[in-house]
Design a protein around this ligand. Structure first.
Ligand SMILES: CC(C)(COP(=O)(O)OP(=O)(O)OC[C@H]1O[C@@H](n2cnc3c(N)ncnc32)[C@H](O)[C@@H]1OP(=O)(O)O)[C@@H](O)C(=O)NCCC(=O)NCCS
Length: 202
């Protein structure tokens, strides 16, 4: 493992560490992300080789290519994640009433996921379940790099009791069992997910 608790005060989960930052909606995220990533990697900010893929995915280049990063903003917060020897995606959403949760699920989620969501009582329980699933899917699709245009219905999560687990996905995402998911609350009233897998050969 590349990170030890002694190295940082930021929370660590397996090969990934994350950090939560204040962020005003509509303002650039790059300066905040770059500053934290450089500090986490112990390099000067101007030595951080942060690039963008054509679809917008951030990617660290040499000499930091053994690391991967992802970030997500919602409400007034920004969640940044850094992983070692993994392909990584993160998503966060602020909790707020989602009266159209079932309607959106019918449009974007698989049939078993729609049934799972419909079993929750309307209101906060269903809103939270919807956001958990949304974050899980988006985190995988951000790690993959195509983003939402890949299709939220092309991957299916199941609730194993304590957590959501990827159980089925389109071949472009590799094997469902390759993916790890960590769900957490980076701040009160936020839902978030980190998704990662071993980097596929390039
Ligand atoms: C990327 C995407 C998932 C972001 O969703 P969102 O909920 O609106 O935003 P989030 O706050 O969670 O994440 C935004 C961050 O994701 C990252 N990102 C952007 N595109 C990405 C992609 N294709 N894959 C992974 N991460 C991406 C960026 O760091 C972005 O932050 P920034 O723009 O402030 O730098 C969504 O906008 C999407 O899928 N877009 C389509 C990408 C695409 O096909 N673009 C074609 C352009 S040619």
């Amino acid at each position: 493992m590349a990170f030890s608790a002694a190295e940082t005060a930021n929370p660590i989960h397996g090969p990934v560490r994350w950090s939560w930052h204040a962020h005003a909606h509509g303002t650039p995220t790059d300066p905040i992300a770059k500053a934290w990533l450089a500090a986490a990697l112990a390099v000067p900010a101007d030595a951080l080789n942060l690039q963008r893929e054509p679809r917008g995915r951030p990617r660290l280049g040499p000499p930091q290519q053994a690391y991967d990063c992802s970030w997500s903003h919602s409400g007034d917060g920004l969640l940044i994640a850094l992983g070692h020897r993994v392909e990584l995606g993160v998503d966060c959403e602020r909790m707020r009433p989602r009266p159209r949760a079932l309607e959106l699920a019918r449009r974007y989620f698989t049939a078993p996921e729609q049934d799972w969501l419909a079993a929750f009582a309307p209101g906060e329980a269903r809103d939270r379940a919807f956001l958990r699933l949304w974050c899980a899917k988006e985190a995988v699709l951000k790690a993959h790099g195509h983003g939402l245009s890949f299709g939220l219905e092309k991957l299916r999560f199941a609730d194993t009791g304590a957590a959501l687990t990827l159980v089925e996905c389109a071949p472009g995402l590799g094997l469902a069992t390759d993916w790890s998911l960590h769900e957490f609350a980076p701040a009160p009233d936020y839902v978030a997910a980190l998704a990662w897998r071993d980097p596929p050969p390039r």
